[in-house]
Structure formats: structure tokens, C-alpha cells
Design a protein around this ligand. Structure first.
Ligand SMILES: [Zn+2]
Ligand SMILES: [Zn+2]
Ligand SMILES: [Zn+2]
Length: 319
């Protein structure tokens, strides 16, 4: 029959419904998916949360729910263990906790009143190295929903943001990018925001920040932004990394950076005790990484140093 299709591993014919795939079009039967996933997750040492499509040239990764459906036995147990270890929560209201703590030494500043902290790997999404812009979108939405309470203020996952971007039909983000490690920048975020959150107005400024005059202009734009009532975070990217900016001082021009490039399993309670000066640092490698995250996840940084670290920045202003 013409509707039959072939499993790309065992070459048996099936109806297309019996050949589940991950959006990349590489179709395999349930038995072959099970065999593939079980072999990938066979031992605790070899098991990874992120498993790629069986096609070695394909960059699609396999979603958690899919693995849970097709892996079996020890492989499934190994995977579930990894999932549990990666259930890193979002740090709700971390900005408020920071601003109210003795760790925040800037008194004269204007900032967002509160924001949640989203970062690499949180909520069991494996995005280290490419997901920072999506995390900044989540930070932005956490503030937007506080300002304009909606009925169903659920913040989209990285995967959902990708699906929504693909629906817009812009060639810079196509449906084959969904579920792949695809970086996005301020222009994609602008399009996302303008289409899905029509109450927001979004504008991107491209600035050559090593030019003194342009940089000073950008900083005064940032000042003006945070003078508004209930300001939203800015999202700024230098082509390599994307950060959220949640405030600026009135005097020495430090900006309040919320930095998503951390992937440690640090809890809200760890942050609270760190900001209060009660966090006990131990000397293991893991604890050093945690400490670095506690110190830098939210930090005041000189605007000049921050913006001259790379020559060119795009800054998304949402109001
Ligand atoms: Zn098969
Ligand atoms: Zn594939
Ligand atoms: Zn990044």
C-alpha cells in the first residue's frame, strides 16, 4: 500500500502512525525506538538526559516524555534517576530577595520590582550553551505577568517558545529548528513578543558599544527605560551571549545583570542564605561552581565594562 512507510532501522513496513518521530522526519518503529534508547541508557555511566536522534547526521534531540514512553527496564530507571537529579526549580522572586537583602549594596537605583530567575538546565530542559536567550524571554515574561495579571500566566518552556517561533513562519526560525539547540537573538524575541503578547511594544537598538558616544547614548536610553513605571527587563545580546538587565543605578552607572549562563542545582534557599551572608562554602569542585553561580546570577556591573566586553550589542527594549 502506498501509505506504508519504512522504519529506518529494521526496514519493516508500517503505517505512518506506527512510526513515531521527533519532528525531524526520521521515523522508527516502537521496537526500534525502545532498542535504541535502551542501548543509550544501558549503564548509569553512559546514560545522558540529552539523547540525539538515531540518525547520526541529525541534530534533533529526543524529548523527555518520548524517552519515558519508549525506554524500558534498567534503561528507564537510569533515565528517571537523571530526570530527578535535573529537576532544578526556577528561583521565584529572586530579584526581590536580592534587592531586599544586605548583599545588595546599591541604594540609589531604579529597577524592576521583581523577577524570577530562569537559567540553563532549569525545569529539566537541557540547554547549556545555547538556551540563554530563551531563559531571558522567561525572565521577561515573569515580570510582564506581574505587571499585567492574566488569567493563565504560565511561562512558556524553551520547547514551547521554539514551537511558537516556528509558527510565525519567519525563515530565521523554521519548524525544523524546534527541538534542536538553535540560538535566537533579540530580533527573534521581538517577533515572538509582538505576536504573542500584543500589549507589549518591542524595539531593538543595535549599538557599537566600543564607540564612546554610542555607548553613552545607550546608557542614557537604559536610564530612561528604568524611570518608567513598572519597567520590564531589557534583553541584550552580543552575538555570543544573551543577558537580562533588570535595573541601573542613578549615580555610578552600574547595571543589574541577571545572567542565565549557570547550570548548577542551587535552590532559592541557598540564594537566600547567601544574600544574608549565612551560606557556608565548602571546597568541593561542585560547591565552587555553586558559589560562582550564587555570586553572579544577579550582579551589579559597571555599564561601561559590561558593554565594552564585546564591540557590538543588540538591546531589546520592551514597554
Ligand atoms: Zn523498526
Ligand atoms: Zn532525526
Ligand atoms: Zn549563552
Amino acid at each position: 500500500m502506498s501509505e506504508e512507510a519504512e522504519c529506518l532501522i529494521c526496514c519493516m513496513e508500517y503505517s505512518p502512525d506506527e512510526l513515531p518521530h521527533q519532528g525531524c522526519g526520521h521515523r522508527y518503529c516502537a521496537d526500534c525506538w525502545g532498542g535504541y534508547l535502551n542501548s543509550k541508557l544501558e549503564t548509569k555511566d553512559s546514560a545522558r538526559l540529552l539523547i540525539s536522534c538515531p540518525d547520526t547526521d541529525c541534530s534533533h534531540f529526543i524529548r523527555k516524555d518520548f524517552v519515558l514512553q519508549y525506554a524500558t527496564g534498567t534503561a528507564l530507571e537510569n533515565f528517571q534517576e537523571l530526570v530527578t537529579a535535573h529537576e532544578i526549580p526556577v528561583k521565584r522572586s529572586l530579584l526581590r530577595t536580592f534587592l531586599d537583602s544586605p548583599y545588595n549594596k546599591q541604594e540609589r537605583s531604579s529597577s524592576c520590582t521583581d523577577a524570577d530567575y530562569f537559567h540553563y538546565e532549569c525545569l529539566c530542559e537541557v540547554d547549556t550553551g545555547w538556551g540563554c536567550s530563551y531563559r531571558c524571554v522567561q525572565i521577561l515574561l515573569s515580570v510582564f505577568f506581574r505587571n499585567a495579571p492574566l488569567d493563565d500566566p504560565e511561562i512558556a518552556s524553551v520547547y514551547e517558545i521554539q514551537k511558537k517561533l516556528a509558527k510565525l513562519g519567519n525563515p530565521s526560525f523554521k519548524s525544523e529548528h524546534v527541538n534542536t539547540p538553535t540560538w535566537i537573538g533579540p530580533y527573534e524575541i521581538q517577533e515572538f513578543v509582538e505576536n504573542y503578547f500584543t500589549q507589549m511594544k518591542a524595539n531593538v537598538s543595535d549599538v557599537i558599544t566600543v564607540d564612546d558616544e554610542s555607548r553613552v547614548g545607550l546608557i542614557s536610553q537604559i536610564h530612561a527605560h528604568f524611570q518608567r513605571e513598572n519597567p520590564l527587563p531589557l534583553i541584550c545580546a552580543n552575538g555570543k551571549k544573551t543577558y537580562a538587565i533588570t535595573g541601573i543605578t542613578s549615580g555610578d552607572e552600574r547595571i543589574l545583570v541577571m545572567d542565565p549562563h549557570y547550570q548548577e542545582n542551587v535552590s532559592s534557599a541557598d540564594f537566600s542564605s547567601f544574600f544574608e551572608g549565612n551560606y557556608e562554602q565548602r571546597s568541593s569542585e561542585e560547591d565552587k561552581r555553586k558559589h560562582e553561580m550564587l555570586e553572579n546570577a544577579i550582579r551589579w556591573e559597571t555599564a561601561e565594562n559590561f558593554f565594552t566586553s564585546e564591540p557590538f550589542w543588540s538591546v531589546l527594549f520592551c514597554i
